[in-house]
Design a protein around this ligand. Structure first.
Ligand code: NAD
Length: 299
């Protein structure tokens, strides 16, 4: 089995790295957080003293970091550190699973290519539950050969692996999806609340809309109204799940992308404003389905 350097062991990266260990990969791990590093080391990963030390000894590098600036600094280097592309051996495959702007992904891919290295953007959908269960969806951008080469390692962490197109295409597809998700969540919330305001039982209304033309993922899998569906964040005080702050980040990325391509995205723009307000009201760390409270006067 190949050796994988896994860098960024947070809510998503931690369980993803552990799934690689369980599948039989040798995992050399690094995170700026000692706690995060300790946690995966207890589950079989080998701690490395730095990101470059982990990467230098690996066949494949996987990164799971907060934003584009972290990804650029790590792969390309900065004033204090060498970049990963400066230390890895020829033939090392570079896979970034963070959700970042497509321009950064394309830039890192170009710089890697100049050194004879393949880089793919492979953002994920499926949240922390999918990361733990190994059922993530990977949405990849990059060359056919890099995509083929990534199959083994991505299959160990996910259930669906898509090739969206060339470098950056994975990031574009990911933010298109999350923009749609936010619009569906807002629309589902306001529709449910209007039904409640007219005396309807939200459970009955949800069952009706699920099999009618308004049916959608939020109604099927992630109902935002407390008490309608068990085992989802709305029935657990909106704890866990996908944080409002991350949705705000993704909607910012989608609006930046829309500007670059001169695309009209009025619903995405409105959804971003609603989520920004929601975050400003102290909801940033809660699940994104808590947007429901903006409509029932608890917002
Ligand atoms: P997180 O904040 O829990 O983890 C990020 C980790 O990266 C932290 O442990 C941090 O210490 C580490 N880190 C930052 N800079 C580093 C560096 N230079 N070197 C080494 N480690 C570094 O975030 P997360 O929830 O795991 O999300 C990671 C990415 O996945 C984000 O881009 C996010 O948008 C995306 N994502 C998250 C979810 C989710 O539900 N949490 C779902 C899909 C996609």
């Amino acid at each position: 089995m190949s050796t994988v350097a896994f860098i960024g062991l947070g809510n998503m990266g931690g369980p993803m790295a552990v799934n690689l260990v369980k599948t039989g990969f040798t995992v050399k791990a690094f995170d700026l957080s000692k706690d995060a590093l300790h946690h995966v080391s207890e589950q079989g990963a080998i701690p490395a003293p730095s990101a470059c030390a982990a990467a230098a000894a690996a066949d494949i590098v996987v990164t799971m970091l907060p934003a584009g600036k972290h990804v650029r600094a790590l792969y390309l280097g900065d004033d204090t550190n060498k970049g990963i592309i400066d230390v890895v051996g020829q033939g090392t495959l570079l896979i970034d699973c963070s959700t970042i702007d497509a321009q950064s992904a394309r830039f890192v891919a170009e710089q890697a290519k100049a050194k004879g290295l393949e880089f793919i953007d492979a953002p994920v959908s499926g949240g922390t539950a999918g990361a733990s269960a190994g059922t993530l969806t990977f949405i990849c951008g990059g060359s056919d050969s890099a995509f083929d080469q990534a199959q083994g390692v991505l299959n160990a962490m996910g259930a669906n692996i898509f090739h969206a197109g060339a470098a950056g295409a994975g990031q574009v597809a990911k933010i298109c999806n999350n923009m749609l998700l936010s619009v569906l969540m807002v629309g589902t919330s306001e529709s449910l609340q209007m039904g409640i305001d007219h005396g309807l039982d939200p459970q009955v209304l949800s069952e009706i809309m699920k099999v009618s033309s308004g049916g959608n993922w939020a109604l099927d899998k992630y109902n935002p109204c407390p008490g309608v569906m068990q085992s989802v964040p709305s029935s657990n005080g909106y704890q866990g799940g996908f944080m409002v702050d991350l949705m705000v980040k993704d909607l910012g990325l989608s609006q930046e992308a829309a500007l670059l391509s001169n695309s009209s995205t009025p619903m995405g723009s409105l959804a971003r404003s609603l989520y920004v307000n929601h975050a400003r009201q102290g909801n940033g760390k809660r699940d994104f389905s808590s947007i429901f409270e903006q409509f029932n006067n608890k917002g």
